[in-house]
Design a protein around this ligand. Sequence first.
Ligand code: NCD
Length: 323
Amino acid sequence: MSRHLVSIADLDAAEITRILDHGERYRALADEPIKKLTTLKGRTIINVFFENSTRTRTSFELAAKRLSAEAINITSSGSSAAKGESLLDTGKNLVAMHPDAIVIRHMYGGAPAMLAKALGCAIVNAGDGQHEHPTQALLDAATIRRAKGKLAGLEVAIVGDLARSRVARSNILCLAKMGARVRLVAPWTLIPRGLELIGGDETRERVRVTTRLEDGLDGADVVMMLRVQSERGEGEAPRFPNTRELSRTYGLSERTLAYAKPDAIVMHPGPINRGVEMSPLVADGPRAVILEQVSWGVAIRMAVLERAVLGLGGLGGPAQAAA
Ligand code: NCD
């Protein structure tokens, strides 16, 4: 069984459930005064971030530290990539230092898959270009499962910049595998053709596309808003008139949230553009679980790192508090 986590497509529903179950135990640990276990004591994890990150990088580092692993962080500006070294060479050099896992965020979709194939070290994808962000989908699934008690049968609306969102891709795959139904909501220019088919039959049956916010939110249990990723579209023709217009048609306000179920939860992977994809009243309101997503991020990444270093067999053993 592979210990890499490159794509949600690599996991089946049972493995996802196992990671979520294990994440639950680590989430409980966050409420203890001492949050450290010895599970990965003496192990080394290298976090290589070639793209900006606040939540993901901090939570991977914290996750490694809470498991007592040594965590080393490298960013592109401080690495030899800035001197022209190829990603593969950087990877080979890091592996020569014998880490137990490498966590990588890269602007090119496919970079983690390439390293997973070429290097003899467990690779964890922390977001690759517009391709995937599997740990985000897992932490989102954990957040939904805690709020709703289940994933199967839920109606989840994913709204916004679907074209450039790796978060959307991983969530579509993960939610469909877990038996939820997904509505993709955006103007046509932000919905790549065939996005609803990325998981084959699994997603074909469970995902539908709509350009009408009212239709997409109608009766939804979960509303997941995405940021407009303008930084990925530099040099491209604009995909919508302007952000004010987009916000008026597809933004989440107290008025538009009323289309969803009365107990619907509101999610966002962060960073939020307040006033663009959602109003501050909604972002800070009682239905938002956005900061809970962040808390789950640490717990789920602990489970993912444990899987990467010790294998799935390591999941489920008794947690050992650090001395
Ligand atoms: C997302 C990302 O980087 O893909 N953020 C995150 O990891 N929490 C989404 C985004 O940047 O909008």
